[in-house]
Design a binder for this molecule. Structure first.
Ligand SMILES: Nc1nc2c(c(=O)[nH]1)N[C@H]1C(S)=C(S)[C@@H](COP(=O)(O)O)O[C@H]1N2
Ligand SMILES: [Mo]
Length: 200
């Protein structure tokens, strides 16, 4: 049996409907959204830290970070300003790799960045293969305006949780709102439940 072009068009639209969270539209470009200027961080001075609630700190130089096991997630991303982009491809290190063997009873994490931006997440949302420190995009290095040298990537939450120019992750035994969360964005930010702002 032959399918008509109309059938294919409708099935593509149905697939887009299933993948597009409520209130979002699809875009092909990659908009840049930053609350301030793009910090320029040299790879020679860059480092990434993980701090446990007990004060144990691990840190990686650029070379050490790049020598960690690398993953290549392909994923949809969703910005609270309503654009979504399907099938973005990244390269980076799983947050699980950074936390492996670390003794912690933390419930939350605060990602902090070169330039001062912060965002908070439940620890469970950045573990279990759901978050990366990404340094590559689309087969090349991550551009500075998109967070290079490296950014947090947490694709199942609105994209403001994917902190650009990440400097470290602080593990906490309580929730501490970050930059946008303090300004009224939703504390959690699930795009499928349209958790955009705290007043909605
Ligand atoms: N350090 C930092 N990270 C940030 C931001 C920022 O202003 N500073 N903006 C957030 C917001 S609101 C969005 S939508 C995404 C945008 O990422 P992009 O510019 O790569 O599209 O980055 C997030 N991460
Ligand atoms: Mo955003």
């Amino acid at each position: 049996m032959a399918f008509s072009p109309g059938f294919h068009r409708r099935s593509r639209e149905r697939e887009a409907d299933d993948r597009l969270p409520p209130g979002q539209y699809l875009t092909e470009d990659f908009p840049v959204l930053s609350a301030g200027p793009t910090p320029r961080i040299d790879q020679g001075t860059w480092s990434l830290a993980v701090e446990s609630e007990a004060g144990v700190t691990r840190s990686w130089s650029w070379a050490e970070f790049m020598a960690l096991p690398q993953e290549r997630p392909t994923t949809d991303i969703h910005c609270v300003t309503r654009w979504s982009k399907f099938g973005t491809s990244w390269q980076g290190v799983s947050v699980d790799t950074l936390l492996a063997g670390l003794d912690t009873h933390a419930s939350h994490a605060l990602a902090y960045c070169y330039g001062g931006y912060t965002t908070n997440l439940p620890l469970a949302d950045i573990t279990g293969g759901r978050a990366w420190i990404a340094h590559g995009f689309d087969g090349g290095p991550l551009a500075p305006e998109h967070g290079g040298p490296a950014r947090l990537l947490v694709p199942h939450l609105y994209f403001w949780k994917s902190a650009k120019w990440i400097q470290g992750i602080r593990l906490l035994t309580h929730d501490r709102p970050g930059f946008w969360e303090t300004a009224g964005y939703h504390d959690y930010g699930d795009p499928w439940r349209e958790q955009r702002y705290s007043w909605t």
